[in-house]
Design a protein around this ligand. Structure first.
Ligand code: HEM
Length: 533
């Protein structure tokens, strides 16, 4: 009798609890659908009531495609989360990222690997960010990048050397190498450059297997962090513990970074020209405090991820588009041979700067496949809210523009899904309409974001990508292999998820992006060019 009552009571409690949860859910959903300041904006209905929508598509690495689809269906202003308004216009982009009415959204806090420890990228507080950025800016000044350039070129030359070996120098000039996955080799190069830039020592990714787990570790870290960025509550609920994805490689990554930081700290600040030579002794002008050990770890992790994944995406994308647009590649081959008299001349300076078409090909690759594809969220903090494209948006709302969508917005870019570097070439005799169009394009093109939170490393990234491409074009020709390998990295005809464009390099978004291919075959352009190696 007693136990029957107990069972009945337990059931009653369970039913009441489930009922309360359902009621609360219904209440929250009704509020978000009908009374929330964003209730008048269109969007997928699930996105309006829960961040679960963004989280799900973040897991599927497709969120940029779903946002693009929502813009096509609903127009330039779409609600992609209960509190997220995404606006697809060049004017909104300028208003959101350049104005002082916003700061980084609280979602960035979900990226922290140590609670309470922010790095330059995750800082939400504007004052703290200004102080960190001031220190980090020194490492990226023009003179600093110039001083680092020989080390960068040393690593690019290892890349070239490996390719020459891959081509097996003894072959006939008209023979082609085995296909090579450009995503993998550019990731290795970018990581070696970041190792040198961050800690004054290479990861030896290009020449040894030891640290190659880093590629998987970075991908696993970015996927987990990207998920929490979309749905911060998941982190608070302790979901990280359940996510076994890459836990082993992620902790190995953490140990490697800690080891490198410790080793670097045991040396003099100026032992090498790297990020640490600037931040080891930097002091906050107000508190007199320097970076703590935990801050150094977090800053280092950021640089390794932000600095490698992005540059390698840009390089892999450029190889993809050039291999599919032989007329552009041919023009570049001629340009590089006409501009430089030998490969050693290929470094930053007036000659490289004069290669406008090379820069146009790189920019066009980043327009088509931006290394960061998503909407970088900003919270409106001005008390009275702010106006975006004529619409009043209340304080507390998260706003953003998807880089992928704005880069394919057909009111800004003619034929936006076509790889066309000429759209970046200023042709003097063009009409006023053409000049206005170009001005609009420039306003909308923002692979490095804009305003006070723009990428700190633009100059360095362009130097790395431009020198690498120019050297490859100097030494090699490349082509797509036949068969299925040649299709890796491209969209598939008939795909219904937004990946149907066969001429588009496909990115899998998780904050930064992962990608595969293109697989390319290489052939040396002339033996003389290798002899000078
Ligand atoms: C093609 C290469 C690159 C692209 C397209 C790129 C893109 C971006 C973008 C879009 C942001 C803004 C992120 C946000 O608002 O959440 C950013 C920030 C940042 N990037 Fe890059 N990046 C590149 C290369 C690099 C490299 C090589 C480094 C380091 C060596 C780097 C370090 C950073 C840092 C520290 C920030 C945070 C800046 C701040 O908030 O003050 N990036 N990058």
């Amino acid at each position: 009798m007693f136990s029957t009552n107990r069972i009945a009571n337990t059931w009653l409690c369970v039913v009441l609890l489930v009922g309360a949860v359902i009621l609360r859910g219904l209440f929250v959903a009704s509020y978000r659908l009908m009374f929330h300041p964003l209730s008048k904006y269109p969007g997928p209905w699930l996105a309006k009531i829960s961040d679960g929508y963004s989280a799900w598509y973040s897991i599927k690495v497709d969120l940029h495609l779903r946002i693009e689809e929502a813009h096509a269906k609903y127009g330039p202003m779409v609600r992609i989360g209960p509190n997220k308004l995404i606006v697809n216009s060049a004017t909104a982009l300028q208003e959101i990222y350049r104005k002082d009415d916003v700061r980084k959204a609280q979602n960035y806090e979900a990226m922290l690997s140590i609670p309470g420890v922010f790095n330059t990228h995750t800082c939400i507080d504007k004052t703290l960010h200004r102080r960190k950025r001031k220190v980090v800016n020194q490492a990226f000044s023009d003179s600093s990048i110039r001083a680092f350039e020989p080390t960068m070129i040393k690593n690019i030359d290892i890349f070239i050397d490996q390719l020459v070996r891959h081509c097996q120098c003894h072959q006939n000039l008209d023979e082609w190498s085995e296909p090579l996955d450009m995503s993998t080799v550019t990731q290795r190069l970018a990581l070696d450059v970041m190792g040198e830039f961050g800690f004054g020592r290479t990861f030896d990714m290009q020449t040894s297997d030891t640290n190659r787990f880093l590629i998987d570790a970075i991908r696993a870290t970015s996927r987990v962090v990207g998920l929490f960025y979309q749905y911060p509550r998941l982190k608070k609920l302790g979901v990280e513990e359940w996510l076994k994805t890459g836990i082993w490689t992620r902790s190995k990554f953490g140990e490697l970074v800690k080891g490198m930081v410790q080793k670097r700290l045991s040396e003099e600040a100026d032992a090498s020209h790297d990020l640490f030579s600037f931040i080891i002794n930097a002091k906050d002008p107000e508190t007199g405090q320097g970076f703590t050990l935990e801050e150094l770890w977090c800053e280092s992790r950021l640089f390794i991820i932000a600095g490698s994944d992005t540059s390698s995406t840009a390089m892999a994308a450029a190889f993809f588009y050039l291999s599919r647009n032989p007329e552009c590649k041919k023009k570049l081959h001629t340009l590089i041979r006409e501009t430089f008299s030998n490969a050693e001349e290929i470094r930053t300076g007036p000659k490289l700067a004069s290669c406008g078409y090379l820069r146009a090909c790189i920019d066009e690759a980043m327009r088509m496949s931006p290394p960061i594809t998503g909407a970088l969220l900003r919270e409106v903090v001005s008390e009275g809210g702010m106006v975006i494209d004529g619409e009043h948006v209340s304080a507390g709302v998260n706003v953003g523009t998807s880089l992928y969508s704005i880069h394919h917005n057909n009111s800004v870019f003619d034929n936006p899904w076509k790889y066309d570097p000429n759209r970046w070439m200023g042709l003097e005799s063009e009409s006023e309409a053409f000049v206005n169009r170009q001005r609009m394009q420039r306003l909308a093109f923002n692979p490095f974001s804009l305003g006070s939170r723009t990428c700190v490393a633009q100059t360095m990234a362009y130097a790395e990508i431009t020198i690498t491409l120019a050297k490859i074009l100097w030494y090699f020709d490349f082509r797509i292999p036949g068969g299925p390998l040649g299709q890796i990295g491209a969209g598939g005809e008939g795909d219904r998820t937004g990946r149907h464009r066969t001429q588009e390099f496909q990115l899998r978004e998780h904050l930064t992006s992962h990608h595969e291919g293109p697989y390319l075959e290489f052939s040396l352009r002339s033996r003389d060019s290798v002899m000078s190696q």
